[in-house]
Write a protein that binds this ligand. Structure first.
Ligand SMILES: NC(=O)c1ccc[n+]([C@@H]2O[C@H](COP(=O)([O-])OP(=O)(O)OC[C@H]3O[C@@H](n4cnc5c(N)ncnc54)[C@H](OP(=O)(O)O)[C@@H]3O)[C@@H](O)[C@H]2O)c1
Length: 251
């Protein structure tokens, strides 16, 4: 049977690139988007053109209360759209960034970062666990900023640091079902993230290139390809690990 991946936030950016890279490897994709239905519909169409099945669901992954409705519909969606009742892979990818000094960060801003990067993936994974096959693989998206520090990123980076600890605990506890759990930590990638700062701001682009061993900023496909590589049979003995895909930032 073909593999099926659930990806959060695959209407744009790294989630979209991951969905397309997985489709190129013969994987069907069920993914969520937040507000951008038109973009999600385009991704569904592109995956279908590659010969795989795809379906998009609207979900705010910071809204834990909404997960109950999503889960209550999931069995029906899996059966109707994919002719099956379980999934092989989960990519917890959806996320937003922010920029403020620690001194200026508000309570609400820190809460928001923890909601979308920590509480959402924690409780969504918990809710999806009955659907994930024994021997499945969960990838949680962190950031290079959880390893190195850049001013203005404290709330975001603290949340991503929690993602990495969460990954190790998931790997420990889900191992009884042979489910592997790893962290993928991208460096700075040219997407819409943080208003397209890495992609569109020449000074930022230049600064990132100068601190990156491979001499350029990352592109979405650098991460999509890394996801497809990690969510493949060859990674079967890797669990509880943090894999950074940053082109060698701050080596
Ligand atoms: N880009 C980077 O430099 C970078 C570096 C390290 C880590 N990351 C991490 O990589 C992940 C993806 O980033 P990206 O660069 O692909 O960002 P992006 O281009 O802005 O795309 C964000 C995606 O997440 C979805 N999303 C946003 N808020 C959501 C919410 N509340 N609920 C559900 N989905 C939501 C968006 O859906 P809509 O299209 O519907 O809005 C979109 O599909 C994030 O976790 C980010 O922290 C990014």
């Amino acid at each position: 049977m073909k593999k099926l991946a659930i990806i959060t936030g695959a209407s744009r950016g790294l989630g979209k690139s991951s969905a397309l890279a997985l489709a190129d490897k013969d994987v069907d994709v069920l993914f969520t988007y937040h507000q951008n239905k038109a973009a999600a519909d385009d991704v569904v169409e592109t995956i279908q053109q590659k010969g795989q099945k795809a379906f998009a669901v609207q979900l705010d992954t910071r809204d834990v209360a909404a997960f109950e409705v999503f889960i209550s519909q999931l069995g029906i969606i899996l059966e109707r759209e994919f002719g099956r009742s379980d999934v092989d892979y989960l990519l917890n990818n959806a996320g937003t960034g922010m920029h403020a000094s620690l001194e200026d960060t508000t309570y609400e801003e820190l809460e928001d970062m923890l909601a979308i990067h920590v509480k959402g993936p924690f409780f969504l994974t918990q809710a999806l666990l009955p659907f994930i096959k024994n021997g499945g693989h969960i990838l949680n998206v962190s950031s290079g900023l959880a390893r190195f520090s850049m001013s203005g990123s404290s709330a975001y980076a603290i949340a991503k640091g929690a993602v990495e600890v969460m990954t190790r605990y998931m790997a420990k506890e889900f191992a009884n079902r042979q489910i592997r759990v790893n962290t993928l930590a991208p460096g700075a990638i040219a997407t819409d993230f943080r208003d397209g700062n890495v992609r569109d701001n020449p000074q930022m682009n230049q600064m990132v290139s100068s601190i990156t061993a491979l001499g350029r900023v990352g592109e979405a496909d650098d991460i999509g390809n890394a996801v497809a590589m990690l969510l493949s049979e060859g990674s079967g003995w890797i669990t509880g690990q943090r894999i950074e895909a940053s082109g060698g930032m701050f080596l």
